[in-house]
Design a protein around this ligand. Structure first.
Ligand code: SAM
Length: 259
C-alpha cells in the first residue's frame, strides 16, 4: 500500500512530489478490438517504467453486493466479461456500469503494467503503473491474478509462459460458493444438488428452490424450459418470472401443479 500526500493539509502545495494519482495526467490511450477477447487498450504515447498510466475507477462495493451482482450476472447470462476488481477483503471496484478506459485493460501472463493500491486523503484508490518502458501502440495489460474475477476462463494472451487460465485464485463460481454459505450448509447444498440435477421434463411441476438472493427456500412453478440453453423459467407466488440454470441450483420437486 502506498501513501500519497498532497491533501489539504500538505504544506508543499503544487510542488509536492508525493502525488500518486491526484493531478497526474493519464496517458493517452485508445481502444482496439482483439479477435479472441473483445476490446483492449493500447497506449498512444511512449510510457516510461514506473509511470502512472491510469486510475482504475468504478463503483466501490462491498463483498455482499459483489456476490449479489455476480449471481445476477450469472443468472442473466450477461456474457463472460468481468470488470470486478478486488481491492481488499471487503472492497471491490465494479467497473461494469461505471468506469473509464481502464476497464478495457486485458490480462496477460507477461504483463507490462501493475495495479498499485494508494491511500489518498484516507481513501483507497487503485492506480495502474508501467512495469517497463512501453512503446506507443503497445497493448496495456496487467495480471488478473489475485484481483480480477474470472479465474475459470481460458487465457488467450499468447505469451510463452501463459498459465492458460485467467487469474488463479478468484473464480466467479468459487466466490459465490465461498461467500454464499457456511461450510456445513455448503456441504449439504452440494450433496443435495448432486442428488437432483436433472429437470428437463418438469414443466408444470412445483419446486422448492433455495433462492440465493433471498437466502431462503421458496416455492415456485416451472413455467418453461429452453432445450437449447437448458435454462428454466420459474414463476414465483407473486407471479414474477426468473430464469435459472437448475443444474447450478439446489431444488427438489414438491408436486405436480394441476391447473
Ligand atoms: C476487464 S475486461 C477487459 C476488457 C474486455 N476485453 C472487453 O471486451 O470489454 C475482462 C474480461 O476480458 C476478457 N479477457 C481479458 N483478458 C483476457 C485474456 N488474456 N484471455 C481471454 N480473455 C480475456 C475476459 O472475458 C475478462 O473477463
Amino acid at each position: 500500500m502506498m501513501f500519497a500526500c498532497c491533501s489539504s493539509g500538505c504544506r508543499c502545495g503544487n510542488k509536492c512530489a508525493n502525488r500518486s494519482l491526484q493531478h497526474r495526467p493519464m496517458k493517452k490511450t485508445k481502444l482496439i478490438t482483439k479477435e479472441k477477447y473483445g476490446t483492449g487498450l493500447v497506449t498512444e504515447e511512449e510510457i516510461k517504467k514506473g509511470d502512472f498510466v491510469i486510475e482504475y475507477v468504478g463503483e466501490v462495493i462491498d463483498d455482499q453486493t459483489c456476490e449479489e451482482r455476480l449471481w445476477r450476472m450469472k443468472r442473466l447470462y450477461r456474457g463472460d466479461k468481468f470488470y470486478l476488481c478486488e481491492v481488499s477483503s471487503n472492497m471491490v471496484i465494479d467497473a461494469t456500469n461505471k468506469g473509464n478506459m481502464s476497464r478495457f485493460i486485458n490480462h496477460s501472463c507477461e504483463r507490462n503494467t501493475e495495479m498499485q493500491k494508494w491511500t489518498v486523503d484516507g481513501d483507497t484508490r487503485v492506480g495502474i503503473f508501467a512495469l517497463r518502458d512501453i512503446k506507443k501502440g503497445e497493448e496495456l495489460t496487467y495480471d488478473y491474478k489475485f484481483v480480477q474475477f474470472g479465474a475459470d476462463q481460458d487465457c488467450h494472451c499468447g505469451s510463452s509462459n501463459c498459465r492458460k487460465m485467467l487469474g488463479t485464485t478468484k473464480s466467479v463460481n468459487s466466490i459465490i460458493f465461498r461467500n454464499g454459505h457456511s461450510g456445513s450448509f455448503q456441504k449439504q447444498h452440494v450433496e443435495k444438488k448432486r442428488r437432483e440435477t436433472k429437470c428437463e421434463n418438469c414443466v408444470g411441476q412445483i419446486l422448492r428452490l433455495w433462492h440465493q438472493l433471498q437466502r431462503k427456500y421458496v416455492k415456485c412453478w416451472v413455467f418453461d424450459f429452453d432445450q437449447e440453453t437448458e435454462i428454466h423459467t420459474l414463476q414465483f407466488p407473486d407471479f414474477h418470472l426468473e430464469k435459472f440454470n437448475l443444474k447450478e441450483e439446489e431444488w427438489h420437486i414438491l408436486s405436480v401443479r394441476h391447473s
